[in-house]
Design a protein around this ligand. Structure first.
Ligand code: GTP
Ligand code: MG
Length: 213
């Protein structure tokens, strides 16, 4: 008899060229490509991980930032468990445009999902247009996990997943034994429906990672 594996869907949203595919490639295969190859429509990957001893399959949906594909995306947001919105720290417009996806997730009433805001390309710090503090405050106001990374150097990416996203998944989706999660950093206010999580909400509240400045 084959054991059922738990599956969780992660969707990557954000403007064209912010580095969604690059973050995903770094996360799933630890590789980076300098040459820009725009995603057409939507790319799909999967990655097996273990959270608290439980085997999990992450289904990773890499959306295209190009305007012409925008109308396809809401149907994938609808059943995503984790919604990751990416901007480029050296491109202010890409930060402003995260509002489009935030509104879309609100319209689709996705308050039950885990939300993450990523400022990518911190290797381009000299050309930075959005400060760490601005990104962090924006995310905190919206109760998002916030992290800055570089898909190019790999900085921050494994840390974001291992120390923030996976622990929050364990809590929010009640993965594994929830007695030993005292080390988890991220907290979350979108838990009202879950009794187990309610008990844990007494812990200090902090939404934001310490991405590199
Ligand atoms: P679409 O598929 O068109 O929506 O773009 P995308 O968001 O998937 O961007 P992609 O990952 O294709 O990256 C766009 C360009 O940015 C590529 O040339 C990448 O090499 C580059 N890039 C991605 N991440 C980084 C980074 O952390 N630092 C630097 N310097 N360049 C990056
Ligand atoms: Mg892409």
């Amino acid at each position: 008899m084959t054991e059922e594996i738990e599956k969780y869907k992660i969707i990557f949203l954000g403007d064209q060229g912010v580095g969604k595919s690059s973050i995903l490639n770094r996360f799933s295969e630890d590789k980076f490509e300098q040459e820009y190859q725009a995603t057409i429509g939507l790319d799909f990957h999967s990655k097996n991980i273990t959270i608290k001893g439980v085997n999990i399959r992450l289904l990773l949906y890499d959306t295209a930032g190009q305007e012409k594909f925008k109308s396809l995306i809401p149907m994938y947001i609808r059943d995503a468990n984790i919604i990751i919105i990416v901007y480029d720290i050296a491109n202010k417009d890409s930060f402003i445009n995260t509002n489009h996806w935030i509104k879309e997730t609100k319209d689709l009433k996705r308050d039950d999902a885990i939300f993450v805001l990523i400022g990518n390309k911190i290797d381009l710090n000299d050309n930075r247009e959005i400060s760490f503090e601005e990104g962090e405050k924006f995310a905190k106001d919206k109760n998002f996990i916030f992290y800055e990374v570089s898909a190019r150097s790999g900085e921050g990416i494994q840390n974001l997943f291992n120390n923030y996203i996976f622990p929050l998944m364990a809590k929010k989706f009640s993965i594994g034994n929830d007695d030993d999660d005292k080390n988890y950093h991220a907290d979350d206010e979108r838990n009202e429906g879950n009794v187990k999580l309610k008990k844990q909400q007494k812990k200090k509240k902090s939404c934001c990672g310490k991405g590199k400045k």
